[in-house]
Write a protein that binds this ligand. Structure first.
Ligand SMILES: NC(=O)c1ccc[n+]([C@@H]2O[C@H](COP(=O)([O-])OP(=O)(O)OC[C@H]3O[C@@H](n4cnc5c(N)ncnc54)[C@H](O)[C@@H]3O)[C@@H](O)[C@H]2O)c1
Length: 372
């Protein structure tokens, strides 16, 4: 099969780090090549094309989608554009990799999934956390009964609003204006819920399965952030605590916090006959080497050394789904479920109610984990 042409919609931090730097290694040229990039900021797409050898550059997504060399797109724009751009791409017959989240609402995600079926195109949705070695081993341990009856899991994410101010790439100008991360602090798509919570929520649901009900408390702690000399007025809530009901009286506690101890992308898990706490499964270290926890299925060492290897992995799963029919780990159905948890969190905050979820997904089976 001939290599697929990839188009990046948006050429900011994630496009550079998860796509351009990885495809620049040219070790997967038989599968995929950089066909096009678009970005509405004057000079940015052009400078990316020149720097990374991308065949064509455009100012608009419509021009990129009209390019016959583009078979597959990765949506790397701010989250508020994902639904509209994803829908246009699907209707143009392109396969789509979404950065998280795939849309702003689960109803929009429904439409994306059904349109993709109608158009017979494939989707993957980052962050596909069940490629991570630690999460796979814990899903396997859970299915094999190593915890006995699970009682609760505890996970969460923290610090992302400060992290985006420190991303070193933002201070280069790439032939255009600096990549100031203002949108991360503005409504409707800023804040840690859409951008950061999906990491931990994808892991906790990938290990224990879909959630049935959600309640959440949250609000704003910090009103102003600084990117160098620039002051960014924040419009977003930045500190959240979730209670997740997995059914049958199994619960999850999940934080999405402005600051805190550490990211728990992989949750601690407690049960009647065992537990997983901070790297140890029933008191035994899961890995000899702490970095092994972050190794990702199917990602070779040369890519693990680069930034954002998991996002690169989710994009490559799409290529493999198109070329070989593989079931992607970073599935659209799980992406939609995680999005519904985020959405339900906001509804719970507004109403003070516990919200029933309607979406689900099929988590990894023991058979799919047999080589782990
Ligand atoms: N920064 C990270 O650490 C990180 C990691 C993983 C995933 N993501 C996700 O990647 C996506 C992009 O984040 P980012 O950090 O790269 O943002 P960014 O602000 O660095 O870059 C976004 C780019 O999109 C361009 N853009 C704006 N409107 C556009 C439009 N309508 N069409 C096409 N391009 C448009 C901007 O000009 C900019 O170049 C988000 O979904 C984010 O959650 C970010």
């Amino acid at each position: 099969m001939k290599p697929l042409g990839l188009g990046a919609i948006g050429s900011g931090e994630i496009a550079i780090n998860s796509i351009f730097k990885h495809l620049e290694l040219h070790d997967t040229d038989d599968k995929v090549f950089l066909a096009a990039v678009c970005d509405p900021v004057e000079g940015r797409a052009q400078s990316m094309a020149e720097k990374y050898g991308i065949r064509s550059w455009y100012m608009t997504d419509d021009e990129l989608l009209a390019d016959p060399a583009v078979d597959v797109v990765s949506i790397c724009s701010p989250i508020r554009f994902h639904y509209e751009q994803g829908l246009k791409a699907i209707r143009a017959g392109k396969h789509v990799h979404f950065n998280k989240t795939m849309a702003m609402t689960s109803a929009e995600a429904d439409e994306l999934i059904s349109e993709a079926e109608r158009m017979n195109v494939k989707l993957t949705v980052s962050p596909g956390m069940m490629g991570w070695r630690a999460n796979r081993l814990l899903r396997k341990a859970y299915l094999e009964g190593s915890f006995g009856q699970v009682t609760y899991a505890f996970g969460g994410v923290r610090g992302v609003l400060r992290y985006h101010l420190r991303e070193e790439y933002r201070h280069d100008n790439y032939g255009s204006e600096p990549l100031i991360p203002t949108w991360y602090y503005k409504l409707p798509d800023g804040g840690p819920q859409y951008d950061h919570a999906p990491y931990g929520l994808t892991s906790i649901t990938g290990i224990l399965g879909p959630v049935k009900r959600v309640s959440c408390m949250g609000g704003q702690l910090q009103k102003e952030f600084r990117f160098g000399e620039k002051v960014i007025q924040s419009e977003v809530d930045d500190n959240f605590a979730f209670l997740l009901d997995f059914g049958d009286n199994v619960f999850g506690l999940f934080f999405s916090a402005l600051a805190g101890g550490k990211n728990m992308f992989t949750p601690n898990i407690y049960g009647t006959d065992g537990n997983y706490i901070d790297g140890k499964l029933n008191d035994k270290a899961l890995f000899d080497n702490p970095y092994a926890a972050f190794s990702i299925k199917g990602i070779p060492p040369q890519h693990m050394k680069l930034p954002e290897p998991h996002v690169y992995g989710d994009m490559m799963q799409l290529i493999d789904a198109v070329q070989f029919g593989d079931r992607p780990i970073a599935s659209a159905e799980q992406g939609r479920h995680v999005l519904e948890i985020v959405e339900a969190g906001f509804e719970s905050m507004r109403t003070g109610r516990c919200i029933e979820l309607r979406t689900s997904f099929t988590p990894l089976s023991l058979e799919e984990l047999q080589d782990d």
